[in-house]
Design a protein around this ligand. Structure first.
Ligand SMILES: [Zn+2]
Length: 75
């Protein structure tokens, strides 16, 4: 039996990104996803992302964070 360590993806949940039909990998705050520029079609507070879109989202947020970090590195 496969156990989802996050425990937030319902069985059979699909990626909420428009035009994506992959299985859900992680569930994230819908706002957080949209802030990164990824469009999701979710009516709820949370949306599911497939592995590929999760990677994409992570990359986007990482870039934002490294910009913030760069500012601190000046000191
Ligand atoms: Zn997807």
């Amino acid at each position: 039996m496969h156990k989802n360590s996050m425990g937030i993806i319902a069985k059979g949940a699909k990626c909420n990104v428009s035009d994506c039909d992959n299985d859900g990998f992680r569930s994230l705050n819908t706002k957080k996803i949209e802030e990164s520029g990824i469009r999701v079609s979710s009516s709820g507070k949370k949306a599911a992302l497939c592995k590929e879109h999760y990677k994409e989202w992570k990359k986007e947020t990482k870039e934002d964070r490294s910009l913030d970090r760069a500012r601190f590195d000046i000191y």
